[in-house]
Design a binder for this molecule. Structure first.
Ligand code: PBG
Length: 307
């Protein structure tokens, strides 16, 4: 009788990697989540995989940041190195990389900034994003996920990949990504808080649903294979509309503060962490999400397989 199925095979675990060895640096606002050195990343990915999580989503924290986000597309950058390591030791694990510049620019914006006007320059950013995606796929990434929200980036990335012969590498587009206060803890984790202004000139207004449909249509036209809605819980109406109107494989990203809120309430003994985590994931599935991206993926997979 159950209308909606929830399984570990639908989960994706986001992971944060930085240089070093034997490093597990806790993220204060996300208990149980760490910045990991590549060796520790491999351990974390292995236990996720053993629990039944089929995919990870990688975020890198570079040694240095600059105006052109050089670390994002360096052949031996932190993400590129880590992808090679993961694919070597865990070939069955699907490795998705987040494609964005905000962790790599010293101002923390997702695009190139014109210093005078402090404006984000959309078109000059596209080349760098395409270069970043190409460098991830050259290192062995199975899928790229652009999260910058510049207009035209899916097309630029698709063209760049095709030109290099990576015609079969899929793009999971953060198509409807809202300028949300739910990203607060992530910016501590990825050290990517903008140093001035905010992201509202490129991320979406939480008041807009119709615009989200236009963003999705544009990304599909440019060649997106999977559509992501982000955040998840407060945007399930968007998830449902995207699934119904486009019928594309749809991912819901349960973002950092969704995780932190449950962790904080659980630490106070106010809620049942396990029941609430599963209930939220089930709600995303009920709304129409095929893929669930969550920091709780490993424990959720274990809980689901215990039942
Ligand atoms: C990078 C990016 C962000 C998140 C994913 N990719 C942060 C932002 O846009 O500020 C947020 C994820 C989360 O909160 O868990 N652009």
């Amino acid at each position: 009788m159950r209308e909606t199925q929830l399984a570990a095979s639908q989960l994706v675990l986001p992971l944060f990697v930085r240089g070093g060895r034997k490093l597990r640096r806790p993220i204060a606002s996300m208990p149980g989540v760490f910045q990991l050195s590549p060796d520790e990343l491999l351990l974390e990915a292995t236990s996720a995989h053993e629990a039944g999580v089929p995919a990870v989503l990688l975020f890198g924290i570079p040694e240095t940041k600059d105006a052109k986000a050089s670390g994002a597309y360096a052949a031996n950058g932190i993400v590129q190195t880590s992808v090679r390591l993961l694919k070597k030791h865990l070939p069955q694990l699907l490795v998705i990389t987040d494609v964005c510049l905000c962790e790599y620019t010293q101002h923390g914006h997702c695009g190139i900034v014109q210093p005078a006007g402090a404006r984000i320059l959309n078109d000059p950013t596209l080349k760098l994003l395409a270069r970043t995606a190409a460098s991830h796929v050259e290192a062995g990434a199975d899928m790229v996920a652009p999260s910058d929200m510049m207009d035209g980036r899916v097309g630029a990335i698709r063209q760049g990949l095709d030109r290099l012969g990576f015609t079969e590498t899929p793009i999971m587009s953060y198509a409807a990504k809202f300028a949300s206060a739910f990203y607060g803890p992530f910016r501590e984790a990825a050290e990517s808080a903008p140093k001035f202004g905010d992201r509202r000139t490129y991320q979406m207004d939480p008041a807009n649903a119709q615009e989200a449909m236009r963003e999705v249509a544009m990304d599909i036209q440019e060649g997106a294979d999977i559509i992501m809605v982000k955040p998840a819980l407060a945007y399930l109406d968007i998830v449902q509309r995207v699934k119904q109107e486009f019928g594309y494989p749809t991912a819901a990203y349960s973002v950092s503060a969704e995780y932190s809120m449950i962790k904080a309430a659980a630490a106070n003994g106010w809620i049942d962490e396990r029941a609430l985590t599963i209930e939220c994931l089930l709600a995303m599935r009920r709304a129409g999400a095929d893929i669930l991206i969550t920091y709780a993926a490993t424990s959720a997979a274990r809980w689901l397989n215990e039942r």
